[in-house]
Ligand binder design. Sequence first.
Ligand SMILES: C[S@@+](CC[C@H](N)C(=O)[O-])C[C@H]1O[C@@H](n2cnc3c(N)ncnc32)[C@H](O)[C@@H]1O
Length: 223
Amino acid sequence: MDPLLPREIDGYLDDLVSAQLSDPVLVDMERRASELGFPIIGRAAGRFVELTARLAGARRVVELGSGFGYSAYWFARAVGDDGEVVCIDGDEANAERAEAYLRRAGLWDRVDYRVGDAVERFEDVQGGVDLVYCDIDKDGYPAAWEAAAARLPVGGVFVCDNVLWYGRVAGLAPPDQDADVAAAQAGVTRDIVEMTREIANDPAFVSSIAPIRDGLLVAQRIA
Ligand SMILES: C[S@@+](CC[C@H](N)C(=O)[O-])C[C@H]1O[C@@H](n2cnc3c(N)ncnc32)[C@H](O)[C@@H]1O
């Protein structure tokens, strides 16, 4: 899928991060994602979520939809030695791959990876949560937001990927989309818009969307 920004700009943003951070583990994860067509957030968005977590002073992050650990890599950097990233994903194989990659990166001791439905398993997570990151199947977004909003304290942050859905949220259909795909996407797009509007209209949160890659929403509880 084409990114929202011209590829050259996306590449420029990725290169800026690469110039500062070189890690063969990251390169291996990106190669895997590219070979399998697995949707990771990528470097520029990875750096953005790391920065967001650092700015919020997040020490405990819960990830809903962790895949093989790429986004968790960035959050694990942000939370520091004594922080924790609780990863939740429905695919057991992803947990094993995440452990292998994040061990190599020296970050696995900050990670608690759980397998199961993200919103259900989130209920089992005891204790405080500073930041919730959502990247599950998009029809689960409204429920993920509801669960996150109920857990976040004042100052806590919700971060959500793919909120611009390759332009569909604004009525833009990606090129080459056939009628069946367009119909299937309509419901998903409605779920994303429903969640995004709910957040935008919630007086307890201040939110904005950065149009990096496919759109990253950041919302902070202020009341
Ligand atoms: C887009 S990928 C996540 C990529 C990851 N955040 C990254 O950037 O590296 C979505 C992941 O969410 C998982 N997933 C989707 N819906 C889920 C759900 N309802 N509960 C648990 N996991 C889910 C999939 O197994 C997949 O690994």
